[in-house]
Design a protein around this ligand. Structure first.
Ligand SMILES: N[C@@H](CCC(=O)N[C@@H](CS)C(=O)NCC(=O)O)C(=O)O
Length: 323
């Protein structure tokens, strides 16, 4: 059993690994439309029109759940949550704790949603998915674009004072999201899914070089782009939150743990304790997903008991960068 794929509208339970010389290459996503506040795209921001499909396990999907929560869009954009494990039919709607069934399309498997949007679809079936109930299609399945849509286009229906993409920091936020993507967000996957020593060595070295860089920077500023919390921090958060419980062991990212870096660890607790974030953090789904869904990486599919990590412990970040 491995990860499946849709080919010309047909579900194939096992796909060839996308790799070259043992390197994991993440293919780009295919639904890239935008929702706009003024309706200048075909998709106008309206309450009740859109639905978000996520997994609590997935760091990309959880970014979008965080933005939905923190912008106060829970009653504006509805949401389904798939079960933790990827099996022969990939992401599935189940009745396990934490999952939320698909009441919009009544699908059993996420690939059915992709086929509803495009009956001949070929490609990976990934979360997150932003769905338009009005035209019955997928608007977008790229987390970075979905968070931007939620952050900037739904302001008529969102908390008024919450903006993670403030005008004066926009270039810096985009640069930072770019900068952490390859070495950190995707870096843990490049290390974990590498099938050659060289590819693994390269990924893990880049990952820890990047972590050291941010560790140093966070000595003097509270957040990645300065004193203000932004989208870039939420992009970093979902990777750091999974790190010690999953990536350190399962993906062999074991040079250091996040709790070994004083600034990154306090920063992680700071973000976790931001009001609303906890509701999007489900370590049970996270651990079961990773350890049970990648039999090539963990053939016994045993889920480790630990580690115990106290994300509620006090942090020192309110004093950092205060002049
Ligand atoms: N670039 C995408 C990546 C999404 C992605 O790869 N999601 C993973 C879960 S962590 C997935 O659904 N994988 C299923 C598969 O590859 O078949 C994004 O940021 O939204």
């Amino acid at each position: 059993m491995g990860l499946g794929i849709l080919k010309d509208g047909k579900w194939i339970p096992e796909r060839d690994q996308e790799d070259t010389e043992g390197k994991f290459i993440r293919p780009s996503t295919t639904f890239r439309d935008k929702i706009t506040a003024d309706g200048s795209s075909k998709f106008k921001a309206e309450p009740g029109r859109y639905h978000l499909y996520i997994s609590w396990a997935c760091p990309w999907a959880c970014r979008t759940a965080i933005l939905r929560e923190l912008k106060g869009l829970q009653d504006v954009i509805s949401m389904s949550v798939v079960g933790a494990e990827i099996k022969d039919n990939s992401w599935e709607f189940t009745d396990e704790p934490g999952a939320i069934p698909d009441t919009v399309n009544n699908a059993q498997y996420l690939w059915q949603i992709y086929l509803k949007a495009d009956p001949n679809y070929s490609g990976r079936v990934t979360v997150p998915v932003l769905w338009d109930k009005q035209t019955s299609t997928i608007v977008n399945n790229e987390s970075r674009e979905i968070i931007r849509i939620l952050d900037t286009e739904f302001n008529d229906f969102a908390h008024q004072d919450v903006d993670f993409y403030p005008k004066h920091l926009q270039d810096k936020i985009d640069e930072t999201i770019d900068k952490i993507y390859q070495p950190i967000n995707n870096g843990v996957y490049r290390a974990g899914f590498a099938t050659s020593q060289t590819a693994y060595d390269e990924a893990v070295t880049e990952l820890f070089t990047a972590l050291e860089h941010w560790e140093k920077l966070l000595e003097t500023q509270r957040y990645l782009c300065g004193a203000q919390i932004t989208e870039a921090d939420w992009c970093m958060f979902t990777t750091l939150f999974r790190f010690d419980a999953v990536y350190y062991v399962h993906f062999k990212c074991n040079i250091n743990r996040i709790i070994d870096y004083p600034n990154l660890w306090n920063y992680l607790k700071d973000l976790y304790q931001y009001p609303g974030v906890k509701a999007t953090c489900n370590l049970d789904h996270i651990k079961r997903h990773y350890y049970k869904s990648h039999p090539k990486v963990n053939p016994t599919r045993i889920v480790p008991k630990g580690p115990n990590i106290d994300f509620e412990a006090p942090h020192n970040r309110d004093t950092v960068g205060a002049s």
